[in-house]
Write a protein that binds this ligand. Sequence first.
Ligand code: 5AD
Ligand code: SF4
Length: 441
Amino acid sequence: MKKYLIETYGCQMNEHDSEKLAGILDNLHYIETSNITEADLVIFNTCCVRESAEFKVYGNLGHLKSIKKKNPDMIIAVCGCMMQQSSVVDLIKKKYNHVDLIFGTHNLHNFPQLLENCKQSDSMLVEVWEEEGEIVEGIPAIRKYDLKAFVNIMYGCNNFCTYCIVPYTRGRERSRSKSEIVSEISKLVTGSTKEITLLGQNVNSYGKTLEPNIEFADLLIEINRIEGLERIRFMTSHPKDISIRLIEAMRDCDKICEHIHLPVQSGSTKILKLMNRDYTKAQYLELIEVFKREIPNLSITTDIIVGFPGETEEDFEETLDLVKTVEFDAAYTFIYSIREGTPAAQLGDQISDEVKHERFNRLVSLLNDIANKKNKSLLGKVLDVLVEGKSKYDDTKLMGRTRTSKLVNFAASEGLIGHTVPVKITVAKTFSLNGELQIPL
Ligand code: 5AD
Ligand code: SF4
């Protein structure tokens, strides 16, 4: 049997695309290996949201050259967001000619044919569709976790935030039909899936391209009816598209977890305008007020970019102020990275690396203090934890997540994996909690 290894860079969307590639390869009777030297097929599923992600891919591609020398029959395929940029494809053709196959995000479903063609070809095969086609249903997937599954509800993005490359690599917004989504989840639930995460670049504009229109809140209400499903999560939400109906659905549907990931990007209204985010600092804070009022114990996470062009110390302090007001449970923090082809790359007043790093460190330190404080407020509370598996740090313990997405480690027998159990929080750290199981072992 042939062996494959897929290396995934970037977001959950990419992770799920890799699960689809794994599903396709399983149909072709390939098996997975974690040992790159014995792989017959290596796939890099790439991300280009920041320059650092691209550097990692180039570094690892370079490293593959010597491995392929020892195993000349190895097929190296590179796909994903980076390949949607012609400059990247040109560079790979020039500098990494040990690559055998290049394809993009829009023609992943053609992978079996591409692989076959590649095997017949002596030179590098490049097939990247510039435009998205119709949504292709029925691609098999081998999911990394049985218990928790990603489900795409839409693809692409129409927002064109000025720093972001995604609308250029993932194409325009298009939604999967409600019936396809519900049927996929219903099937997953007949297996061992208890939790699903609905994926889209901007889930709150789900349904706008469907006939008749359907709102994201309606999709959630329908999914909430699926028997056997325990938890519903979704990401990513854009603040400008949050509707009161969504907040009410989150409040009223028992399976929707008390967690919202709501990227703010900056606390400065001036910078938000330059980013084309379509909301002000005050509007974001008002929205958070409504969320907190309607959904007690809601956990709020975000994405923040530091050092966007033109960001002054005052602008950055607005971000710190917003972080203090909202008290995020966690945040993904990014140093602004110029992406060629985006409007922000053309802006003057790029911020120096030194200033970016200094601001980044101050922001992370504030976020960590807040995360720590919020976790401490959970001490003594008994929370429902969906047990995912053995703890990564101590294999005598298990780990799982609360509905608010907090990681909890606790002692219990492996038989509880896959079950939701009450755990009393006894230790609060910045990024995780320890607890004690509240039912007899
Ligand atoms: N530089 C830094 N961070 C970025 N992101 C997107 N584009 C860039 C960029 N050019 C961040 C945003 C987004 C997350 C997925 O990545 O915060 O929400
Ligand atoms: Fe990028 Fe903005 Fe679309 Fe998110 S909403 S994918 S940040 S353009």
